[in-house]
Design a protein around this ligand. Structure first.
Ligand code: PNS
Length: 183
């Protein structure tokens, strides 16, 4: 006969069974380059944090990409914009995402899905990550419609060409972009 599920009922203070798993923290990783963080990223963070006990916004340290902002600058901009949001933590990672998720005891990876053009890459990444670690589920969240055309890449291009990015990124990011392209 199989053993009964673990419950708190065996503890004297409780007289009814409560599955122990309700106390397990549901943690998700929201990984990305965040070069730099945009209002679209912040929208996804807001949505994710309502679904999970903790969301770890994880900035990738990726030698192959040539980011505009250094890892520390990207982390600082995230700390300034999302660092004080309840149940959101800012972190950095290198190496495989699924290994970072495992080390953080996270069961989910969050990715923002804006348009069909995102789908192919995201689909490939989600299935590869599942192949590497089936315990980590990828969850796609759609940002507000007004952010569907927004990306870090396009924001950098507008800023580089002297355009106004203040409605696409938080104030500190707009300032940092102006500073980069003034140099
Ligand atoms: O914001 P981005 O650039 O689209 O984020 C991509 C990122 C950093 C999430 C992705 O490149 C990644 O997970 N890198 C870590 C290395 C890894 O695990 N690669 C295998 C993914 S299939």
């Amino acid at each position: 006969m199989s053993s009964p599920p673990e419950t708190l009922s065996r503890h004297s203070a409780f007289h009814f069974p409560i599955p122990l798993r309700i106390f397990a923290m549901r943690r998700a990783i929201y990984p990305g380059s965040f070069d730099p963080v945009t209002n679209g990223h912040l929208d996804v963070i807001e949505r994710a944090r309502k679904l999970f006990d903790e969301v770890v916004v994880a900035v990738a340290h990726n030698d192959e990409k040539q980011p505009l902002f250094s890892l520390e600058q990207r982390l600082d901009l995230l700390r300034e914009t999302a660092g004080r949001i309840e149940n959101v933590r800012i972190a950095k990672f290198s190496g495989l995402l699924v290994e970072f998720a495992r080390a953080q005891n996270a069961g989910a990876v969050i990715r923002g899905l804006r348009a069909v053009s995102d789908f192919e890459f995201e689909f490939q990444m989600a299935l590869m990550n599942r192949n590497l670690n089936a315990a980590v589920e990828t969850i796609f969240l759609m940002p507000k419609e007004e952010y569907t055309y927004l990306s870090s890449r396009i924001v950098k291009e507008i800023a580089r060409l002297g355009g106004n990015v203040s409605s696409f990124v938080p104030g500190c990011v707009a300032k940092a972009l102006t500073g980069k392209f003034r140099q």
